[in-house]
Design a protein. Structure first.
Length: 317
């Protein structure tokens, strides 16, 4: 086997092929990398020549990664992650978290938690610069594993090795019914009462869907003709009288316009635990742990910090 000098392999070229693999489009990959499409294409061809492997199958309409390409690009992602860890290790300082942090927030939490979180962070972490992303849990954990995110706010527990998880607060669930629904008239309500065909759910991939089914004691796979694509659409479906569902406490804020259409009922011991997740290998782990302690000491209204609750949480007034 002929010797290939490492000087011919650059991190920049690896970034290019990873971008093409992510986007499956040379034009969008070039835009993300801040180079011309011709320049990116030429560097990818040079890398393929250096490795003696075709990484991508190209056509006018499609870009498909080859089997050899998939194997080598996965290794390239590890190389980029190690390089970024090296840079971050050189930047680590004792004291508050600072610099750019790419933060992911699950879609059923972000719109309701982030607006109050940002002013809090601005005062306590003036040197912190945030880049925010919201998506499904599995998508963001994949991005976190591939060093495309630094931390993720998610409902715990999360699956997979290589993650550090710090629980922050318990967010209660409440039952939301169309006004006049028979269940909304009950003085007390238990989770098994919610089993039934009128229980509305989010689409597959939302952790809130699985939590609702688990709390109600229903099987993971449940056929339903209509599924909500988002928590907001779920709320609208309830208001339209299509059924009822579990709604996280923070998502009930600023809903005065819906009075008369939706009735909200408290549920005993129904909640989800929100936590902060980061890679175990990230050298900023101690700073993230301190960040988690700060967030735990400042839970959002209606939620309780994990470390002060020994049993089922009671929402703060």
């Amino acid at each position: 086997m002929s010797y290939i000098p490492l000087s011919g392999l650059s991190l920049r070229d690896i970034e290019y092929v990873v971008a093409v693999d992510d986007l499956r489009n040379f034009s969008r990959a070039a835009e993300r990398c801040g180079v011309s499409q011709g320049g990116l294409s030429e560097q990818v061809r040079k890398l393929e020549s250096l490795l003696g492997v075709v990484l991508f199958e190209r056509s006018r309409r499609h870009v498909t990664v080859t089997p050899d390409g998939a194997r080598l690009i996965a290794m390239g992602r590890d190389v980029l992650a190690a390089a970024r860890a090296m840079i971050e290790a050189a930047r680590v300082r004792t004291g508050p978290l600072e610099g750019l942090v790419r933060m992911g927030v699950i879609a059923t939490l972000g719109p309701y938690y982030v607006p109050d979180l940002l002013p809090l962070l601005r005062g306590a972490y003036p040197q912190l610069k945030l880049q925010l992303t919201d998506s499904l849990t599995d998508t963001m954990l994949r991005m976190l594993r591939h060093d495309e995110l630094d931390v993720v706010f998610a409902a715990l527990p999360v699956g997979g090795d290589g993650f550090e998880c710090a629980p922050l607060f318990h967010e209660p669930f409440l039952a939301a019914f169309p006004a006049g629904h028979p269940l909304a008239q009950r003085r007390t309500l238990a989770m098994p009462d919610l089993r039934g065909p009128d229980l509305l759910l989010l689409e597959d991939g939302h952790c809130l869907r699985d939590q609702a089914l688990t709390l109600c004691g229903m099987p993971p796979q449940r056929d339903q003709p209509r599924l909500a694509t988002s928590l907001e659409m779920l709320w609208h479906m309830i208001g339209a009288g299509e059924g009822y569902s579990l709604i996280p406490r923070l998502a009930l804020r600023h809903r005065a316009a819906w009075e008369g259409l939706i009735t909200v009922t408290a549920l005993p011991s129904a909640y989800r635990t929100i936590g902060l997740v980061w890679r175990t290998s990230d050298p900023r782990g101690p700073a993230f742990s301190e960040f988690a302690r700060f967030l735990r000491d400042n839970p959002p209204e209606g939620c309780t910090p994990v470390d002060t609750v020994s049993s089922a949480p009671a929402p703060r007034d």
